[in-house]
Ligand binder design. Sequence first.
Ligand code: HEM
Length: 408
Amino acid sequence: MAISTMEHFAPAHVPAELAWDHSLAEFNSELDDPFLAASRLLDGPPLFWARDALQGRPGWVIARHALLKEAFIDWERFSSEGGMDLTTMLGVDWKLNPVNVDPPMHPIYRKVLTPFFTPKAVSHMEEGVRHTCDELISRFEGKGGCDFVKDFAIPFPSIIFLRLMGLPLDMMQKFFTWEQNLLRGQSDEARIMAAREILACLVEHLDRQKQKPATPLMENIMNARIEEGRSLNDGEILGMFYTFYVGGLDTVYGTISWSMRYIATHPEFQQFLRDNPDRLNKAVDELIRLFGVVSTQRRVAMDMTWHGVEMKENDLVVMPIFIACRDPEAYPNPHDVDLERSETMLSFASGPHLCLGMHLARREIRIALQTFLDRFDDIEIPAGSQYSYHAGPTFNVDSLPMAWRRKG
Ligand code: HEM
């Protein structure tokens, strides 16, 4: 990685040798594989200042597994609150909840939601997840191929989200388009417009839930009592709805798509999984590690020197998990699938904000991969077909043409 010393464009507290005159998203888009592109940053300093760290904004980038894990745990110095987040863009006085809330309120909110996301609770959702998976596959099963992204990876988590929330299933396309504009809109204006449309829909949904909660999760949120028995206020509830929306769709869609691309381009691994279904859980975890699609952010909470680097209160810190998950110091041979690995993964973060939906996500991904492997032989990417991706805050596949031989 070439650090620019020609021009010191960064704030005064950033040493010239740590100032990187690039856009992180553009750098990550330079190769055919964004994970390999991003992993080039492992050859540079563990912590550096990027001219465009996130959607045009300058800030610190953490480029090592060990440091990233430490920052995830150290919420007192790396705050989830007060960054340039969605609610600032919306101009509302509430926060994404619990993801953009620090302790002491964070565990109080999280406790309201936890019972719905335990492994046991997720087991109760399994039948619905299977049904959604089967129903989607039945639409293209006889065609010998599909665009895995459009036909499966996008609708699959979207339908599960809509069911969890009690939202009408025919809103899927609308919700998905809003989400794409929100995460990948070309300008702040486009992102703000999408954020407002989603909010209007969630406000309407909240009003309906006050009359009659549509699902057990909604009922639990409506009836929750926190802090000496008070109910959650509208802002706290909308923050929860919004967090599910931004947390549970794009992440699953991305991870399934990269995993399926890997399976379709590694026939021996594909056959190994068919022959050894008992290894699928481990394989899913390893694919989630290999394709850690998320980059999140923190705000420096106080002036400090961290790992020898001076950081100032309110500096933006970008936390690209996709770099950490390819760090050879944490995972030997990081670009290979290795089912014997024992190291824990960081794809779901660590510390207080460890992904609440991780058991659901794992289950969704396992069911999807298992169903494709059971139904189809020789899954492959047809020769000459185009695959495309984008490498913004989440790494995601835009199009993945796939073909197979149907099992007899
Ligand atoms: C493979 C799929 C997924 C990945 C890679 C993923 C990743 C993450 C990460 C990295 C965080 C931490 C964010 C931060 O600290 O800033 C997080 C938090 C969260 N995720 Fe996920 N996620 C996935 C799926 C889901 C699903 C399916 C749901 C729910 C439907 C969900 C709900 C949440 C929630 C509520 C939080 C906030 C937890 C807290 O702040 O305490 N996620 N996720």
